[in-house]
Design a protein around this ligand. Structure first.
Ligand SMILES: *Cc1c(COP(=O)(O)O)cnc(C)c1O
Length: 359
């Protein structure tokens, strides 16, 4: 080994991104593979977004506005909060890293449900923190179990709602009860990467939680519903003092000029994006119904994917799907996460699954 990398870094597994369709094609000597593995939007960006990005490209010889002031202002208007309550980052993953850098000392505990988003243990370890996890219950975040692992050594709690990879969600009423039970000095992050796909009856943390609890931070992103995963832009909504704190850890010019322009255009054309979300929701309903026909019941999905808890059969089913050119995201021994794609892609998945189940 060259140099002296930190022990926390050496013991991390190398990052393995979801398999690309092209890779599956090469491995199985097939064509027309599709990727339903990363919860992206299947459609290309809308025209207004593409035009804004093209225009912004003319100026990339200059650094962008580090604070992305115009984007923060647009988000503040969109959310009906003061601009000082809005932070931006290089994807919401960038904001998660900033939160860990800002609030977790070496030896501190970061509490989160498990299984959940795979970035949580990585960033916890990177800053020298210790993970304190609470098992899911019925594939759903168990807030009582989570409360039980939060102590005075816990500066940060991470809750993906809906949860990734299980897609289940809890209500803001339940979250409020949880937050009431933790120290007001503990930051509670509600990671709403899939906000646009959640059942609205479960509440909105920006209006239901933030006015009551200054220690709650809501994370959202342009990567999923808005179809801008490749641009890397997410945002945080919270108390101005929290936003000010995490801003100090914002990597210089982390939200690049194209990302700022694309995100602004997406907000300006939100109704077009919402209509795509409606299509995804209708497809999600169709997929769940078709799974039931195959005698497969899944936990109620609140995101743009479904979780199929195949348990010990997971790897075998995953491989059969892949051989038929349908790349999903397996969690060995637990289940498969399948992104809702274009209608044709979802039909192909359902057909492939039927095939996979008989082999
Ligand atoms: C996809 C996802 C994100 C989004 O990450 P970006 O960095 O904004 O692309 C954040 N949290 C969860 C739980 C996710 O699944």
């Amino acid at each position: 080994m060259i140099g002296r990398p930190r022990a926390e870094v050496v013991s991390l597994p190398a990052y393995r991104p979801g398999k690309a369709a092209a890779q599956a094609e090469a491995e199985h000597n097939i064509t027309n593979a599709i990727k339903l593995a990363s919860n992206e939007t299947a459609w290309p960006p809308i025209d207004a977004v593409l035009n804004a990005i093209r225009q912004a490209a003319d100026g990339v010889n200059r650094y962008a506005d580090h604070r992305a002031t115009a984007l923060r202002e647009a988000l503040g208007k969109f959310l009906d909060v003061e601009t000082s309550h809005v932070g931006v980052g290089c994807g919401s993953v960038g904001l998660l890293q900033q939160l860990c850098l800002s609030y977790v000392n070496p030896g501190d505990e970061v509490a989160y449900p498990w299984r959940s988003f795979e970035v949580y243990p990585v960033y916890t370890q990177l800053v020298g923190g210790v993970s304190a996890t609470a098992a899911l219950r019925d594939h759903t975040v168990d807030l009582d179990a989570l409360a039980a692992v939060v102590t005075e050594r816990t500066p940060l709690v991470l809750i993906a709602n809906p949860n990734n990879p299980t897609g289940t969600a809890v209500s803001t009423d339940a979250l409020a009860t949880f937050v009431e039970g933790v120290d007001p000095d503990t930051i509670v992050v509600v990671d709403e990467a899939y906000r646009e796909f959640i059942d609205p009856a479960l509440g909105n943390p920006v209006t239901d939680l933030l006015p009551r609890f200054p220690n709650v931070v809501v994370l959202r992103t342009f990567s999923k519903a808005h179809g801008l995963a490749g641009l890397r832009v997410g945002y945080a909504v919270g108390d101005p003092s929290v936003i000010e704190t995490i801003d100090k850890t914002l990597f210089p010019f982390a939200v690049n000029a194209l990302a700022q322009a694309g995100a602004m255009a997406a907000i300006a054309s939100i109704s077009e994006i919402e209509s795509r979300v409606q299509t995804v929701l209708a497809e999600r309903t169709r997929v769940v119904a078709a799974l039931l026909e195959l005698n497969i019941s899944v936990p109620v999905p609140n995101a743009n994917f479904v979780w199929i808890p195949f348990g010990p059969r997971t790897d075998a089913v995953y491989l059969e799907l892949e051989k038929q050119g349908v790349v999903t995201r397996p969690f060995s021994g637990e289940g498969i996460r399948v992104t809702i794609g274009l209608p044709d892609e979802n039909s192909r998945f359902l057909e492939a699954l039927e095939g996979a189940l008989v082999t």
